[in-house]
Design a protein around this ligand. Structure first.
Ligand code: KE4
Length: 425
């Protein structure tokens, strides 16, 4: 039995499913998950010292490449001064100011420790600020595992094909409307029926949890105008796309201004940092200023914030995003070329440092189209690449991530491996 399989067997004795987050369990691709013991730049090494080119990147945070020396140094320096105080620190002001300076729609921001906390808090805030109960989300979008959001969620939920989670009472999801992504008519109809009781729409402005799905022209614009028209708040869940799709997330690429934005992943640089922020008049409903309660023992943790601050600083270096997008383009287009040459139906798409590979003829723009992708072929591709030292997300319904460390040598090695795999599909 391989070392990874031994560790997995042992893990399953004390951890449900052997993992601390379901998608890591390889259940939708089969086989033993790789137990990673170290990472550097574009690479991870598993328990058997096998090296992989990594396109998971901790699901987004590792945008600089793993273990960037300046980030590690900042964490070490912060840690020697103590790990957590439960009191305000100057570093929290620094990162709040850095976020506010980078994302114009964010006038005030509250730090938390995960993307789930960010979206859960933003929804509570939207309900508190508007006095309304209903929320709109979209099938295939995943916003973390807060009860009211586990309704036909994407990501791990989608992988398990389990449209709702056990343990969520019907009452908790009664106010959650689940509509079709990229179908503005369904949103218009929802507002026509519930308009004055809809507190907010929460949307991944580029979806990354049913694989990568971009908004079609007019979709985000329609959400913005419907929210404005009906007094609902538009929440862009940029936990994945924030500082990943571009230097100001998707809102920076589209010019569409949400009322609230949620962030995580990149702003922690691999350490637990999340955030929600937006219009000051809305954020002032948050305790201790206002009546919407939200709190967290480790919110703004100084060691985590140190990693996030240095990450944001390094991302601001001139040309970083141009180079990142160029490398992602080379990967996405190179994959499509090699698949076409081998007669394998594969479409690809990308934005900034994230990409989608779709085993189908054309780029999906809806959840239903995404369901048509050939999952069996993805599984063969996934394992074919894995044994050739390339680690993609262990699910057909996840976006992939490129880092600033994925240079031409790394991209070309990936494409060479893909050429061999496509020939065998
Ligand atoms: P976390 O609670 O996992 O930090 O963030 C939840 C979340 C919220 N919003 C978006 C758009 C997200 O993508 C996520 C989490 N993303 C998944 C990857 N698809 C995390 C991986 C996992 O669940 O292990």
């Amino acid at each position: 039995m391989s070392r990874n399989a031994q560790l997995f067997e042992r893990a399953c004795q004390s951890i449900p499913g052997g993992v601390n987050s379901p998608v890591r369990a390889f259940r939708s691709v089969g086989g033993a998950p790789r137990f990673i013991k170290r990472a550097q730049g574009p690479y991870v090494w598993d328990a058997e010292d096998t090296r992989y080119i990594d396109y998971v990147g901790s699901w987004g945070p590792a945008i600089l490449g793993h273990a960037h020396p300046e980030v590690i140094k900042a964490v070490q320096e912060a840690a020697v001064d103590g790990l957590s105080f439960g009191a305000p620190t100057e570093a929290e002001i620094d990162i709040a100011e850095a976020i506010v300076a980078r994302i114009p729609s964010i006038e005030k921001v509250r730090l938390v420790s995960s993307g789930t906390e960010a979206t859960m808090s933003a929804i509570r805030l939207a309900r508190g600020a508007t006095g309304r109960s209903k929320i709109i989300k979209f099938e295939g979008c995943y916003h973390g595992h807060a009860d009211s959001l586990l309704v036909k969620a994407g990501s791990g939920m989608l992988t398990f094909g389990n449209p709702t989670s056990a343990g969520v009472p019907e009452e908790f999801i009664r106010h959650t409307l689940v509509l079709d992504y990229n179908n503005i008519d369904s949103v218009e109809a929802a507002f026509a029926e519930f308009g004055d009781d809809i507190a907010c729409i929460i949307v991944e402005p580029v979806a990354g949890n049913m694989n990568l799905v971009k908004p079609i022209p007019g979709f985000l614009e329609g959400l913005r105008s419907l929210c404005t028209q009906h007094g609902a708040l538009l929440i862009f869940d940029e936990v994945m796309t924030g500082f990943r799709a571009g230097p100001q997330g998707v809102q920076g690429l589209t010019g569409i201004t949400p009322d609230l934005t949620t962030l995580a992943k990149v702003i922690g640089g691999g350490m637990p940092v999340g955030a929600f922020g937006g219009r000051a008049d809305i954020m002032e409903h948050i305790a201790p200023l206002g009546s919407v309660y939200q709190a967290g023992t480790l919110s703004g943790n100084p060691v985590a914030v140190a990693a996030g601050l240095v990450t944001l600083k390094l991302l601001a270096e001139p040309g970083f995003y141009d180079r990142l997008s160029e490398q992602t383009r080379k990967l996405a287009e190179g994959m499509a070329e090699r698949a076409r040459a081998a007669g394998v139906p594969l479409a690809t798409d990308y934005v900034g440092g994230m990409f989608g590979l779709y085993f189908t003829d054309s780029i999906p723009t809806t959840f239903a189209q995404m369901q048509q992708c050939n999952v069996e072929q993805f599984k063969k591709f996934f394992h074919g690449m894995l044994i050739r030292g390339v680690y993609f997300a262990p699910s057909a319904f996840e976006a992939g991530f490129v880092s600033g460390a994925h240079n031409d040598e790394v991209i070309n090695a990936t494409l060479d491996a893909a050429e061999e795999v496509f020939a065998k599909l």
